[in-house]
Design a protein around this ligand. Structure first.
Ligand SMILES: O=C([O-])CC(=O)C(=O)O
Ligand SMILES: [Mg+2]
Length: 609
């Protein structure tokens, strides 16, 4: 505490602890330009001045604040803030509103022709000014989601080391064994509540991209903030680098990761265990989202940790929930009940197994026997139709192996099973051929066709192909976006059945109520809520999901439903608020600039003409 005399008034000013001597004090006074504060008549009231001093004392000044992406406002720093923070001369003189800044970003962005360059441009904005980045992203979510997320994020990961500007997130490499907690402590934000982690082995449908998979956690977390309002400083992207089996990367002189083959077996499990334990120590109550691990590791890690810590696997559980939501919505157009359906999955990995198991849970919840529910789900893997007579099926597949003649291809399987829905989760593009879709149209008045693999190059078919080859009758959803198109004079809006409709809300719901676990019942609730949010007007347009422009509202509804489940299941440890929705809405991050001075009369910038 220091007492300062000014214009006959005594003021008490609290300075940072380390300013103990007079030199430091006068340096500090100079630093924050106190004299110029005091000269302003608006500050002659000592209480007012004190309030402003308190606001300012922990804020970096001068060029330092321009370099802090959480605090920087760029040209939107007001005249008064520029004065108080020592910014005069460091910025062009005219103060701009945020709207003008958004206009400038969009003008620049829309001049860029290539999506990867747009991705780089937006990343650099996020490095400079988080508030503006999120404002731009949220206000233009339909236009920009394909840039910060699938499909562009896939290309970004494939070229990660080549487009690199600045490191993001935390890398934990096999060499960090024994000191993982220390590595996590190096992260500058100390209150981390949400981690998305990958080991890069199965990045979208693109395979092993090693440490360059970092783009995925970064992209998912950007969407957490944009879609569910998780404050960006609460989240941390993590890549666990255990090596790669991607020969091209190993030979690339610019590759970022360890140039070794992947750790397997005990060494891998020990590193992952150390990571999960370290997260509990360093960031208590932090939610861990596993993303884009190989099939075998994804299932094992989920089984191992789902009852121990607050975690889920997005590719198994998140994708399952959005697929189920799309199925519920599709049934509005096809008629018939869930129990009457035959779902044929191409691909028996994380997404396929996750979706089939959630469909079974949904049916059992509706009173259908588990055995009958399993009969609704069929799989084709690399060896053909999954049937009882096949040897060496893993435990997951065995649960869905039916008494049926073998079929060696998807076409054969479609012909013999005659599914009502084909769901592509194979990570292989163009697998739903013209012939297959024509068969689906022969067997079904309205065939359900969901090519869910990502990015767009891995989609099992395009939206227009699905439409053409079924005489416009396919009920369609894909993992990566397809643009609206016109068929027979009618506008079609292909649904993006991507887990982005699910994970932000589920994560927010669990975080808001301090849930101890993430459960399948939460994903079931999320799927039902999501499908239920499609308005009658949207249904008239054939939509399966609400448009992305409503994603904040969607995520809030899902978060509320998920928290409700957490309270019902006795997992929530936060005292129950009187309204979950109001409570969660109040937690949602809105990207607006901080007012560093708190002055009513401060210049808010000039409006854009
Ligand atoms: O990231 C996406 O677009 C969906 C997803 O989790 C995946 O394909 O692995
Ligand atoms: Mg994924």
């Amino acid at each position: 505490m220091y007492k300062v005399q000014f214009e006959g008034q005594e003021m008490v000013i609290r300075f940072p602890q380390d300013l103990v001597d007079n030199d430091a004090l006068s340096q500090f006074l100079g630093h924050i330009n106190l004299r110029s504060i005091l000269r302003k008549s608006a500050f002659s009231n000592s209480a007012d001045c004190l309030d402003k001093m308190r606001r300012l004392e922990n804020i970096p000044h001068g060029a330092a604040i321009l370099r802090d992406p959480y605090l920087n406002k760029g040209t939107a720093f007001t005249k008064e803030e520029r004065e108080l923070l020592g910014l005069n001369g460091l910025l062009p003189p005219r103060v701009h509103t945020m709207e003008a800044q958004v206009m400038r970003i969009l003008e620049n962005l829309r001049k860029i022709e290539n999506d990867l360059d747009k991705y780089v441009y937006l990343n650099s904005l996020s490095d400079r000014n988080k508030t503006l980045y999120y404002r731009v992203l949220m206000e233009n979510i339909e236009e920009l989601m394909p840039v910060v997320y699938t499909p562009t994020v896939g290309q970004a990961c494939q070229e990660y080391a080549h487009i690199f500007r600045r490191s993001r997130g935390i890398y934990i490499s096999a060499e960090d064994k024994g000191r993982v907690a220390d590595v996590l402590r190096n992260w500058p934000q100390k209150d981390v509540r949400l981690i998305v982690v990958t080991d890069g082995e199965r990045i979208l449908g693109l395979g092993d991209l090693g440490a360059d998979g970092m783009g995925i956690p970064v992209g998912k977390l950007a969407l957490y903030s944009a879609c569910a309002g998780i404050h960006p400083s609460l989240s941390l992207p993590v890549t666990i680098d255990v090596g790669t089996e991607n020969k091209e990367l190993l030979e690339d002189p610019l590759y970022f990761g360890l140039t070794q083959n992947r750790l397997r077996g005990d060494a891998y499990d020990e590193l992952l265990e150390e990571f999960v334990v370290a997260v509990q120590q360093v960031f208590p109550r932090c939610l861990i989202q596993f993303e884009d691990f190989s099939n075998a590791n994804a299932f094992r890690l989920l089984d191992k940790y789902r009852d121990e810590v607050l975690c889920f696997n997005d590719d198994i559980q998140g994708t399952a929930a959005v697929a189920l939501a799309c199925i519920y919505s599709a049934l509005r157009y096809t008629g018939g009940s869930m129990a009457d359906q035959k779902f044929l999955f191409l691909g028996a990995g994380e997404a396929g197994m996750g979706a089939a198991n959630l469909i079974v849970s949904a049916l059992v919840d509706e009173g259908v026997s588990e055995e009958k529910a399993r009969q609704c789900c069929w799989f084709v893997d690399s060896k053909g139709l999954v049937v009882k007579s096949r040897n060496n099926l893993n435990a997951h597949k065995r649960e869905f192996a039916h008494d049926h003649a073998p079929a060696s291809s998807l076409l054969e399987a479609v012909e013999s099973v005659r599914p009502t829905a084909i769901i592509g989760v194979s990570g292989q593009g163009k697998m739903f051929t013209k012939e297959i879709l024509e068969r689906m149209a022969d067997y079904n008045e309205k065939p359900i066709v969901f090519p869910l693999s990502n990015p767009t190059t891995k989609a099992e078919c395009t939206a227009e192909d699905a439409c053409q080859w079924t005489d416009g009758r396919a009920v369609f959803a894909s993992g990566s976006p397809f643009k609206p198109f016109t068929y027979a004079g009618e506008k079609r809006f292909p649904a993006q059945g991507n887990n982005v409709y699910i994970f932000p809300g589920v994560g927010m719901g669990c975080m808001a109520c301090w849930s101890r676990k993430v459960t399948d019942e939460m994903f079931l609730a999320a799927a039902r809520v999501l499908s239920g949010l499609v308005t009658p007007e949207e249904q008239k347009q054939g939509m399966l999901l609400p448009p992305l422009t409503r994603i904040r509202e969607v995520s809030l509804e899902i978060a509320s439903a998920v928290a409700e489940v957490a309270y019902d299941q006795g997992l929530a440890t936060h005292p129950r608020p009187s309204s979950l929705e109001t409570h969660i809405a109040s937690l949602m991050y809105i990207p607006t600039y901080m007012d560093y001075v708190g002055s009513q009369d401060c210049d808010k910038g000039e409006p854009v003409k």
